[in-house]
Design a protein around this ligand. Sequence first.
Ligand SMILES: Cc1cc2nc3c(=O)[nH]c(=O)nc-3n(C[C@H](O)[C@H](O)[C@H](O)COP(=O)(O)O)c2cc1C
Length: 277
Amino acid sequence: MSAQSSTQDTSTVPRAPWRDQFVEHVSKMKSPEFVLSTLGSDPTGRFKVIPRARTCIYRGMWGAMTPNDRNPAKKNPAAFESDCPTLTTDVRMEKVGEIFRPAVGTATDEDIHGCGGGGPVEALWWIKEEGIMTQWRLRGDAWIVAPNIDDKDNNKSEKTKEQIGKWTRVVDEKEVENWSWERELTAHYGNLAPGMRGSFKNPPPGKPANENSKEAEKVGEGTEDLQDSEGRKNFRVVVIRPYSVESIDLSDPSKARRQHYTYDEENSKWEHETLWP
Ligand SMILES: Cc1cc2nc3c(=O)[nH]c(=O)nc-3n(C[C@H](O)[C@H](O)[C@H](O)COP(=O)(O)O)c2cc1C
């Protein structure tokens, strides 16, 4: 991998002190659902910006996606780890535009088509399984990995790599050159069930449904093809870079405390405080 395309070269953020516990907790969830909030524009015009929230599925940390034996895609070696949760989405959904900067919720179609982003997000997990009873709240920015991720002449693709790279560490030096961004993107697509993969070629999400159209027949159609061009052009991986993290363990209300972690960018270190719940 070239200096720009390798995630090792830009790493500046030390391993997050909350990472292992967070990963362990989410790994226990029967269905790793979380709520992802972004900022959007208000169609009623009452406010300049409004909060938007929706349910999403956590797909593992960037560089270490949730294992799935039925994933037919070639996987990258475990060369990197990061502190960044991922989700998959469809570029035609509103959250993608809302993640793009500088204009919250007003990015043009052209802006959002490729890699980029950097807009603010908050992600929230309420984990009830096996007595964990912990809420995790991660605040940060989000970056979109699109099919043009390996386009070296595209500034936004290079910037996306650089920004995600800052939060990514090498765990196996000898595998770094065998790791590829494009392969990671395809492996995320392969990690979805065929029915879910097919949803990326559904008619445009959020647009009026014409029940008598040919498009209506496409809904629910799956695909086994990892390079299905119609679906792949809409498929995106979203990478969240948390800089403020809070967990609250409610398993014993009398001992509940809020653990608060903040990333101090100037000094490249995580601060930790214990707060009243
Ligand atoms: C259980 C569940 C899981 C979902 N997972 C995702 C997901 O991982 N990614 C996603 O983009 N949308 C997911 N959705 C759909 C979103 O909640 C939302 O309806 C859709 O993304 C459109 O939102 P937007 O237009 O605000 O982006 C999920 C919905 C449910 C109910």
